[in-house]
Each structure stands twice: as C-alpha cells, then as structure tokens.
Ligand binder design. Structure first.
Ligand code: HEC
Length: 126
C-alpha cells in the first residue's frame, strides 16, 4: 500500500501560486495620490457658504444649474479653466446670478465652492 499523497505536488503548486503575488506586489510603487482631476480643498466655511447660497440651485436640477457631485455636468465647465469659472460665478452667467447670491464669498471661497460642487466623491461617498 502506498502512502504517497497524489495531491501533494498540486498543493505545493497552489502555495506557490498564491504566495507569488505577495512577493511581486511588494515591489510595486503605490499609485500617485492625484490623477490630474479636480483637487478638493475646502473647509467648514466652504460647506456653510455652500449650504446657505449655492445649494438652493445646485441641488435642484429644475434650475438648470450643474448639480453638485455630477462630475459629468461639471467636466465641460472645468475644461474652461478655473479663471473662466470664477469670472462667471462672480459676474453671473446665464441663469447663474452674480456671486451666486453669496455676498460674503471671496474669490478663494468661490474656488473652493466650485471644487466642492464639481467633486464626485462628495455626493457619492465610497
Ligand atoms: C439662483 C440659482 C443659483 C444659485 C443660488 C447659484 N447658482 Fe451657480 N448656476 C446656476 C445656474 C442656472 C447655472 C447654469 C448656467 C448655465 O450654464 O446656463 C449655474 C452655473 C454655475 C457655474 C458654472 C459657470 C460656467 O461658466 O459654466 C458655477 C461655477 C457656479 N454656478 C457657481 C455657483 C456658486 C459658487 C454658487 C454659490 C455661491 C452658486 N453657483 C449659486 C444657478 C445658481
């Protein structure tokens, strides 16, 4: 009667098969932090200003405003460049009223607010 286990070579193969990726991935560098999309820098002040001004329209699709977190709607606008967006937000643009009705917003606030609204991660948390 033989004691050899016919599965032994196979299980050794399995061990190598499953362990190999551990060694291989150890050499990989972590992916870069940002992939060239919109960088999100905003504070509690941004969120307060957003809730008291911009959210009225930018959370109601009936207004025709690009909706917060809808990165598809924001992409063509982001493509115009931040300077153009700031100018349109401050001076008004079609249905968008001057300053977005936020009298206390500074230029920096607008930049943060635009990043906040254009960022997908916020309304679709992982
Ligand atoms: C009274 C409604 C209303 C409010 C309040 C409002 N928006 Fe808008 N916003 C709009 C509409 C409508 C558009 C789309 C205009 C268009 O493309 O015809 C828009 C577009 C924009 C755009 C894109 C402009 C472009 O060049 O494409 C930016 C940036 C923007 N809003 C920022 C803000 C910010 C920041 C606030 C808050 C401070 C704000 N909005 C508040 C209605 C509003």
């Amino acid at each position: 009667m033989s004691c050899s286990n016919p599965l032994k070579p196979f299980s050794l193969f399995l061990v190598i098969f499953f362990l190999a990726p551990l060694f291989l991935t150890g050499c990989n560098k972590p992916p870069p932090e940002s992939q060239g999309s919109i960088s999100v820098e905003y504070t509690e002040r941004t969120i307060d200003l957003y809730s008291s001004s911009c959210s009225t329209c930018h959370e109601s699709s009936a207004t025709g405003a690009p909706q917060t977190g809808d990165s598809l709607a924001w992409q063509p606008r982001i493509d115009k460049g931040m300077d153009a967006l700031l100018e349109n937000a401050i001076n008004g643009f079609s249905g968008m009223p001057p300053l977005g009705l936020c009298m206390e917003c500074t230029k920096d606030d607008f930049e943060a607010l635009i990043q906040y609204m254009a960022s997908e991660q916020l309304s679709n948390p992982v």
